[in-house]
Structure formats: structure tokens, C-alpha cells
Write a protein that binds this ligand. Structure first.
Ligand code: TTP
Length: 192
């Protein structure tokens, strides 16, 4: 069995991967996540996921498969993590009553042979019409922090969502089915 390294500081990614039949180590990448305004969201998440995986692949001195991901919310423009409560208020207000996309880039690097695979997954999420009171109540839970689009569907944020089309784990930050497919196809490995 190959060594697996999850290059992530995200507790959500760790929890999603821990459910499966896979021993892995966590080493968070230190890259500065810079989004250029003219880039397409798919390009952005794949580039950032690759930079995270590559950062760790270059720093470790052993054979391993390094897995990294990057998630953004997209509605006319890219919504990353909110800077503060006001930013979260504006983000959630702009998502109210509309469909948006959650896009996660996934990067896998096998350091033993230098193989690099980058892909992405998309999930459509429709929000309810949200009153300013509802948005404020949600923000007061504190769960908006550190999450793309200022919500977490896995927590109180579920109350904001009317429906989703596509994989749930992708919204939480690690598209498990896509990861399994890529591992199977390119690295002859399964996570279940
Ligand atoms: C939309 C949404 C995002 N998120 C999270 C997933 C990601 O952790 C975060 C997006 O930030 P990312 O920059 O993708 O990841 P991160 O900084 O948390 O972790 P790392 O780069 O070290 O891997 O938003 C949820 O947890 N639930 C949701 O419903």
C-alpha cells in the first residue's frame, strides 16, 4: 500500500477521507492562495489544488501519493472565504434565492514516478430566499468563517439550501467519488 498524504488544513477534508479504508497522513501546504480576477473558476481551483499538492510533493523526501483540493463558490464571480461578518453578509445576500456552483479542484501527485493528475468536480446549489434576519442569525453561529461562499452545508448552513444537484462531498470540499475514480484510473488504487 502506498503512502497517502492529504495536503490540507481543512478539518472537513480530513473527516471526509477518514471515513474510508485508507491510512493517510496530513501535511498542510503553506502556499499563498492567489486568485487572479480574469481566470475562469475551473482554472483557478485546478491551479490552486495543484500548487498545494506540488508544494508538499517537493517538501517530502519519500514516495507517496499527495492529494490536495481547492473549493470555490461561483455566481457571476468567484466567492472565496469571507474576510469578516460584513463580507459574509454580502456573500450570503448575493446567493439568496439563486443557484450557484460549488467547484472543487483535485490534484494528485505520485512522487515515486512524478505522475501528476488534475481534475475538478461541480455541484449546483440552490439557496432559499433569505431575509436579512435569517442571514444575521446564520452569521451569529460563526460557521460562515473559513468557508468558501460563507456557508457550510454540513452544519447550520443546510437551513439555507433548497436543493443541490451533484455530489454532496464536493460542496464540503473533497469530491470522494471523483477522487476514487482518479485513484483507480491513474494509480491503480481504491479507497473502498
Ligand atoms: C461551500 C462550502 C465550503 N466549505 C469549505 C471547504 C474548504 O475547507 C473551504 C474552502 O477553502 P479552501 O481554500 O478550498 O481550503 P482550506 O483553506 O479550508 O484548506 P486547505 O487549502 O488547507 O486544503 O470551504 C465547507 O466546509 N462547506 C461548504 O458547504
Amino acid at each position: 500500500m502506498k503512502n497517502i498524504i492529504l495536503a490540507s488544513s481543512s478539518p472537513r477534508r480530513k473527516e471526509l477521507l477518514k471515513r474510508y479504508n485508507l491510512d493517510f497522513e496530513i501535511i498542510a501546504s503553506q502556499i499563498e492562495e492567489r486568485v487572479l480576477p480574469y481566470e475562469e473558476p475551473v482554472q483557478v481551483v485546478m491551479t490552486l489544488a495543484f500548487q498545494k499538492a506540488d508544494d508538499i510533493a517537493k517538501r517530502i523526501n519519500k514516495d507517496a501519493i499527495v492529494i490536495a483540493a481547492d473549493t470555490v463558490v461561483y455566481l457571476d464571480s468567484i466567492l472565496g472565504k469571507p474576510k469578516d461578518e460584513e463580507d459574509a453578509f454580502h456573500m450570503l445576500g448575493s446567493l439568496s434565492g439563486k443557484e450557484h456552483l460549488v467547484i472543487t479542484g483535485l490534484a494528485l501527485i505520485d512522487t515515486s514516478i512524478g505522475k501528476k493528475i488534475v481534475d475538478y468536480e461541480t455541484t449546483k446549489v440552490k439557496f432559499r430566499e433569505l431575509t436579512p434576519e435569517k442571514i444575521r442569525s446564520y452569521i451569529s453561529t460563526g460557521e460562515y468563517k473559513d468557508k468558501a461562499g460563507a456557508y457550510g452545508i454540513q452544519g447550520y448552513g443546510d437551513i439555507l439550501v433548497e436543493y443541490i444537484i451533484g455530489p454532496y462531498s464536493n460542496v464540503v470540499g473533497l469530491p470522494i467519488a471523483k477522487l476514487d475514480k482518479l485513484l483507480e484510473k491513474h494509480f491503480c488504487m481504491k479507497i473502498l
